[in-house]
Ligand binder design. Sequence first.
Ligand SMILES: Nc1ncnc2c1ncn2[C@@H]1O[C@H](COP(=O)(O)OP(=O)(O)OP(=O)(O)O)[C@@H](O)[C@H]1O
Length: 679
Amino acid sequence: MPIPTLTDLGVTDKWQQKLAKLHIHNAWDAILHLPLRYEDETKITAIAHAKIGESVQVEGIVLQQEVQFRPRKQLLVHIQDGMGATLFLRFLNFYPSQQQQMAKGQRIRALGEIKHGFYGDEMIHPKIRAAEGAVLSDTLTPVYPTVSGLTQPTLRRFIQTALEKVDLSDTLPKALLHRLNLPDVAASLRLLHQPPSSMNSAQLHNGHLPAWQRLKFDELLAQQLSMKLAYQQRCQGSATPLIGNGRYAPILLEALPFALTAAQQRVVQEIGQDLQQTYPMHRLLQGDVGSGKTVVAALAALHALEAGAQVAIMAPTEILAEQHFQKFKQWLEPMGIEVGWLAGSTRKKAKDQIKTSLVDGCLRVVVGTHALFQDDVVFAQLGLVIVDEQHRFGVGQRLALKSKGQDVHQLMMSATPIPRTLAMSFFADLDVSIIDELPPNRTPIKTKLINSGRRAEIEAFVRHTIKQGHQVYWVCPLIEESETLQLQTAVDTHVQLQAAFSEYAVGLLHGRMKAADKAAQMEVFKANEMQILVATTVIEVGVDVPNASLMVIEHAERMGLAQLHQLRGRVGRGQAASVCVLMFTEPLSDLAKARLKVMYEYTDGFEIARQDLAIRGPGEFLGAKQSGVPLLRFTNLEDDLELLEQARDVAQYLIMHDQKVVETHLNRWLASREAFLGV
Ligand SMILES: Nc1ncnc2c1ncn2[C@@H]1O[C@H](COP(=O)(O)OP(=O)(O)OP(=O)(O)O)[C@@H](O)[C@H]1O
């Protein structure tokens, strides 16, 4: 049965516009609009028994009513219940009609929270009704999130009608629900919208309540089903299988100054197998900072090249793309493979040349930024796309890239470790390879938390580090003075450090510099012709200078965990013992303290990501808005891992054995635009 529209429910246009603001577009949306809290109008509480902080309904006769003008205009009503106890009702805004309703001698009911006031116990702005003829309701009264101009009774009426008109027969088989110990969906929804008076708010807001578990399960199941179907669809798609002939990869392995770690070997194999399939690879390569993803990407590229395909490597910033470009050139050109470069700042003539050689197929490998997505970049035979830091690219860009070559193989790399729960939930349509091992002989990075007042000590330590032959990053969060954020500018710091370290070369790198200037600074730093590099967070991702062993981060308290972890990962990449100094300025917020503590205690990216998730919640963690990652509405992934695992298994089972259930369940859940698809 189709889901009724709002018009079917008898909601007029005027109200539909209000409901749209609450993201309610049809009857199912209305049903999923769950109460914020509940009011108890099922009973009358004796004033003497009402506790401070409790929301109750009392009944009494008005003893006195008074409009006061100091300290501000307010209406004060004093009532007394049948047992002789009294209570004040206070209104800061009021109408003459209310004054009439609460005239002296009237018997009224007041519903609100009991507070301890100046005159004694009181309710502020309680809901008032005449006691005469009033009945007690059978169920708790839901209070919904609403918008101005849409009152609770009106909204309640719409939702009530929706509950009556929508076919709430269960989408899941009884036996399955029984096995999972979940209640039926209609009962669950009715319970949350109209709970019996025997329940209280705490019980109703407990996520472990069977009714909540059922909604969460349904939501997770719908998510898992649609991702699995997307995955199936991909597996039915066609892509050119890339069969490597072993011509290039062994040459690179031979030339590297190190042997691959076991983890690198494993993921290279996983990728190699994917590339040989007739459907497109969508693989996410995860590895902590410095775990050696670049060489894995290069081996994947060589595999595709051996099979005669073209390869595009894309990074989110020019500095990172440039670095990949240099590495790929260094590794591939000795084998006679030319590597092209295409970024926003590339001059038109050079761009045109690259484009021509991509379309005629002479150029087999190109590295660049999102400039690679432009419509006029056409490939003769694109077979593999490698996207670094994939979470930084919008979905739109990824799709644009997909359209470059019919169903090309895609390898996405991420140094932001995604905790298992999130990966399982949101990347169920991707295959994931994890490099869970760092190259050998790395000395763990030592993290020090130092108050910015102790700058002189830090400078002494910088000098000591340089004397040992190593280099230093000095990171400042902003480049310009901002009144609101009194952050020290990188430009100022550069001047200061130049003065303090006049015997050394001190460079500067910030986001407003031209790409070529940035690249030039990096080159000088890499060659150790510069000992200190003052930088904004442009160096956050991917910069690889193994000789740098000290990182100083100013105003670390202002940065997020993922960013700090990425920054810290710029050191500890060689064999020297590395140190990361997190400078902070007091006072510290609780959040800042929590973050700095995590940075001090953990170095493992996955553990930091887990902590980050716990501190910020999945929404912010994933940066849903930018990444377009769909979010769940009822489920809290940290608490509901078990449900997620069940939903995953059930989804797998249903897809194989019960198409009908899959269809009905998805039909219902996808009807809500604001459900997990979140778009
Ligand atoms: N198996 C290995 N043994 C020793 N060194 C390695 C190995 N693999 C990579 N390296 C070196 O480790 C450093 C880090 O590698 P790479 O830049 O690929 O890291 P990454 O995973 O891309 O990290 P990030 O996300 O921080 O950029 C590089 O200098 C690289 O040459």
